[in-house]
Ligand binder design. Structure first.
Ligand SMILES: [Mg+2]
Length: 336
């Protein structure tokens, strides 16, 4: 907005005074001028249209200039409009009161045209500056809001990507990479918390023969059913069921001893057998079964690394295979 385009309101009960002031302002180059003959009309105009400056007569009947000023300054929208008080020389008390109540400046009748010009343009420049700052502040607020929203959306996408990168594409349970991360984390936690950490490894008996007999699609379906069933047994929030390899699965059980882990392992074995998935090529059972190995270490008490837990669960699994499959073997401490 150019200063000459500013919206100026003259409030004066005297028609002659209004017209003189109006002509002065026209001569100074201002074109958007509204006139009000009372405080009430003035407030109505301020309410109805944007006003950049008010020239306000002090002495008016019903509502004088000071009363109108107080009303203007108590309103959130109109309090920012600069107001120049126009008064007679003998109204010093009221003039002082007006300044105290937020009037921007004053003119004493009969006023000098040069003074009028200077004060009007000074007030309008201030108002212009204020408007620009308010606009910038608003723009900044909008930009901040947009930025916050963008961050929020980015966070959602990031979380989704994180979750996807943790998941096995076929079965939907945790993948090997996530298993490695969790095992390291839980190993350190167990050491710190001086608690046991247990691991279950299990794989589907004669799975290659299952694939050869029923095809790879049926094989995939079998893997999904096994994963889904095991996830129903592994219920605690901190436990992690993962696909370890092709037909091999793993369960990390924090704060669990060998007995607790073997109980969980037996639950998995039993539930999978009870699925009654036909497996005519199995040499031990008419249905799909799993062999299960369990290991349990207290990292605080033993000098070991997390890989030890995997090695021992694997040895226990090997033992389960050797002892006829479809069973649970717990790695014993003997010989460690
Ligand atoms: Mg008057």
């Amino acid at each position: 907005m150019e200063i000459s385009e500013a919206q100026i309101l003259i409030v004066d009960d005297d028609r002659m005074n209004r017209e003189i002031l109006f002509r002065h302002l026209i001569n100074l180059g201002y074109t958007n001028i509204s006139l009000a003959d009372s405080g009430k009309t003035g407030l109505e105009i301020v309410d109805a249209q944007p006003i950049d400056l008010i020239l306000l007569d002090m002495m008016m009947p019903v509502m004088n200039g000071l009363e109108m000023l107080v009303r203007l300054k108590s309103n959130q929208k109109s309090r920012v409009i600069p107001t120049i008080i126009i008064s007679a020389l003998d109204e010093k008390e009221m003039m002082l009161s007006s300044i105290q109540n937020g009037a921007e400046d004053y003119l004493i009748k009969p006023y000098d045209r040069f003074l009028l010009k200077t004060r009007v343009s000074a007030c309008l420049e201030k108002k212009l500056l204020y408007d620009r700052e308010a606009l910038n502040k608003k723009k900044l607020e909008v930009a901040y809001e947009e930025l916050a929203l963008a961050y929020y959306q980015l966070e959602i996408v990031k979380n989704e990507l994180d979750a996807l990168s943790h998941r096995d594409g076929l079965t939907g349970i945790s993948n090997r990479r996530y298993f490695d991360t969790v095992l390291e984390r839980e190993w350190n936690a167990a050491k710190r918390e001086r608690k046991n950490l247990s691991l279950i490894l299990f794989d589907i008996d004669y799975f290659k023969k299952y694939n050869d007999t029923y095809g790879h699609l049926a094989g995939d379906d079998c893997l999904c059913q096994v994963a889904g069933t095991a996830s129903q047994v592994v219920k605690r929030p901190r436990d992690t069921l993962a696909r370890y390899g092709g037909e091999e699965f793993a369960v990390i059980l924090p704060d669990t001893d060998a007995l607790g882990a073997s109980f969980c392992a037996e639950g998995i074995r039993d539930r999978i057998e009870s699925l009654h998935i036909h497996h005519i090529a199995s040499q031990i059972h008419p249905y799909v079964t799993v062999s299960v190995g369990v290991s349990s270490i207290n990292p605080h008490l033993e000098v070991a690394i997390s890989q030890q837990l995997i090695k021992e669960a694997d040895l226990a699994l090997y033992e389960a295979k050797r002892e006829g499959r479809n069973c649970v073997k717990v790695w014993s401490n003997k010989g460690r």
